[in-house]
Design a protein around this ligand. Structure first.
Ligand SMILES: Nc1nc2c(c(=O)[nH]1)N(C=O)[C@@H](CNc1ccc(C(=O)N[C@@H](CCC(=O)O)C(=O)O)cc1)CN2
Ligand SMILES: Nc1ncnc2c1ncn2[C@@H]1O[C@H](COP(=O)(O)OP(=O)(O)OP(=O)(O)O)[C@@H](O)[C@H]1O
Length: 182
């Protein structure tokens, strides 16, 4: 990647990280609720039968109960880290989650969900987004690689302080169809 873009992304990651640290985990959970409420009202969400979500880490929009709740009504897919790529797996309840490789994020155990074309909607966390729906992640390009092969509607979610006027982008970065924040 272009050196100066990489440096600029690092700077943004550092700035966002220090703002995140000013909020406690309970505060971040509370701040997540209005974002999830908006998500539930999105026509694309209402219509979706199969949704890819994520199991939130402590500094992300909190999704744990949201995943469990919606898995009773829709097919919910979660990512599973496999080397440099993400496998997709169906969420089948809390008892079915195991610690993933590398980052220890809980992920479903079991077989890989191969019907990628069935995914109607993808909810994507990010470190920062901008007004043009660009997204920056944690710097491993997992989602950029995954989104290349999927045609689902892409919704970024984040806290208000993660939306900037402009973020550094390179040719790999995949733009969201919309970004929800509060
Ligand atoms: N909740 C959640 N699940 C996810 C992702 C995510 O961003 N959020 N991923 C999206 O890709 C994949 C996992 N990728 C990850 C990539 C980096 C880090 C991480 O903690 N990075 C450190 C920096 C470590 C380093 O530089 O080596 C950090 O951000 O502090 C975590 C997950 C799949 N599952
Ligand atoms: N589709 C891709 N295939 C191969 N390498 C890629 C791809 N997209 C990005 N990269 C490379 O991976 C590195 C990290 O990319 P980038 O900073 O865009 O990740 P990110 O979007 O923050 O991460 P993520 O998508 O996992 O949340 C960069 O060196 C970039 O050039």
């Amino acid at each position: 990647m272009n050196q100066s873009i990489e440096v600029a992304k690092k700077k943004v990651r550092k700035e966002i990280k220090s703002i995140k640290e000013t909020y406690s985990y309970p505060q971040k959970k509370e701040m997540s609720q209005p974002i999830l409420d908006m998500l539930e009202q999105l026509p694309e969400f209402i219509q979706a039968k199969t949704i890819m979500l994520y199991w939130s880490m402590k500094d992300e929009v909190y999704t744990h109960e949201f995943v469990s709740k919606w898995a009773q009504k829709k097919k919910v897919i979660l990512p599973s880290v496999k080397g440099n790529t993400l496998d997709l797996k169906v969420f089948q309840g809390l008892d079915n989650l195991i610690e993933g490789e590398n980052y220890g994020i809980p992920e479903p155990e079991g077989s890989i969900f191969m019907e990628e074309d069935e995914i109607d909607l993808i909810i994507i966390p990010g470190v920062a987004f901008d007004k043009d729906n660009n997204r920056m992640g944690r710097g491993k390009a997992y989602y950029d690689r995954l989104l290349n092969s999927l045609s689902a509607y892409k919704v970024g979610v984040c806290f208000q302080f993660q939306v900037l006027d402009h973020i550094p982008v390179d040719e790999h970065d995949i733009r969201m169809d919309c970004v929800l924040y509060q």
